[in-house]
Design a protein around this ligand. Structure first.
Ligand code: UT7
Length: 325
């Protein structure tokens, strides 16, 4: 049976030039390289320059993805940008990206699901492509979390970084089997009862300010592994695949302990896990496409490989996307 598959044409990413090491952070708050590495696996993160905004990071990643895909920006008809740190409350950062890419046709909008933003955006793009609303979709995850961190709060400021990644998806015909390239299944979940465990303490309608990120880290950690593994098991149930069939596991990069524990619980071999948290920190919606692009460019992920993406974050929101690269 012929079906539409949302197929990856290319990917790209961008990291701001400035690197902030754990050693430098230890001069700013009461922390140490040893504590950060032991509890999170993070060694460094990138920080956007003054005046460098989320749409700038997104455009740089998008241009790299378009080049990698070998297509022109004018061939894109939909831009979906996952971010919790847009340039302004409105318009969406996606329309600024659209303008910076010189595109005046089609639609552009932001998706807001914090760290799960990229899997939400991929799933939204998949629905657009499958229903014929879009033919070629630029999906971006971009964040400047450095702007919403309380740099005096050591429990949060050591964890996050800035960065962006993007993929170009195209509607292509598939056979309807698991051998098809493209998105094979996607599963999204949320549970607003947990919204106060990871949030920003400001907003246009509440405080009229932007606010700072607040997190009950232990509480988030407690739920993360169970939620991540649940949506991956959903993907296994929908397709009949198992951990052994996966070529690559590309998780959201929040904490190496969460990544390792999830892979272990699912029986995914450590050599199949793509980990970039040590170099990027947690870049929220940017983390998965940054990790994907890293593994594509260093030659690990190749055309035809079976790749599992997953994320969990504020809301709580969580989800998985299984695709054949
Ligand atoms: O993207 C999704 C959202 N985020 C996450 O997934 C993050 C989830 N949570 C985590 O990754 C972990 O909970 C953290 C890395 C945030 C914290 O690790 P933990 O093992 O849960 O540590 P903890 O919060 O229990 O803190 C242990 C100790 C505390 O001291 P006491 O109370 O034992 O004396 C903290 O005050 O470590 C202290 N601490 C620090 N010490 C040095 C907290 N932050 C720091 C720090 N440097 N930066």
């Amino acid at each position: 049976m012929s079906v539409i598959r949302s197929t990856v044409l290319g990917c790209g990413s961008y990291l701001p030039e400035r690197v902030l090491t754990n050693a430098e952070l230890a001069t700013m708050v009461d922390t140490s390289d040893e504590w950060i590495v032991q509890r999170t696996g993070i060694c460094q993160r990138h920080i956007a320059a003054e005046g460098e905004v989320t749409s700038d990071l997104a455009v740089a990643a998008a241009k790299a993805a378009l080049e990698n895909a070998g297509i022109d920006a004018q061939d894109i008809d939909t831009i979906i940008l996952a971010t919790a740190t847009p340039d302004n409350t409105f318009p969406s950062a996606a329309v600024t990206v659209q303008e910076k890419l010189g595109i005046t046709h089609g639609a552009a909008f932001d998706v807001h699901a914090v760290c799960s933003g990229f899997v939400y955006a991929m799933t939204t793009a998949d629905a657009y492509l499958k229903t014929g609303l879009s033919k070629r979709c630029l999906v971006i995850g971009a964040e400047t979390f450095s702007r919403i961190l309380d740099w005096e709060d050591r429990t949060t400021c050591v964890l996050f970084g800035d960065g962006a990644g993007a993929v170009v998806l195209e509607a292509q015909e598939g056979e309807g089997t698991l051998a098809d390239r493209g998105i094979l299944t996607a599963h999204l979940r949320s549970d607003g009862r947990h919204k106060d465990k990871l949030y920003v303490d400001g907003g246009p309608s509440s405080t009229k300010t932007v606010g700072f990120l607040r997190m009950e880290g232990k509480e988030v950690f407690k739920h993360a592994v169970g939620m991540i593994t649940d949506v991956i098991v959903d993907a296994y149930a929908a397709t009949g695949i198992t951990s052994d069939d996966l070529d690559w596991f590309v998780p959201h990069q929040a904490n190496k302990r969460i990544i390792d524990a999830s892979a272990k619980k699912l029986g995914i071999a450590p050599e199949k896990v793509v980990t970039t948290v040590q170099l990027h920190g947690n870049t929220s919606a940017g983390s998965i496409p940054l990790a994907l692009d890293t593994a594509v460019r260093d030659g690990r992920i190749k055309k035809g490989d079976l790749v599992m993406l997953e994320a969990m974050g504020g809301g709580f929101t969580w989800g998985s996307v299984l695709l054949r690269w």
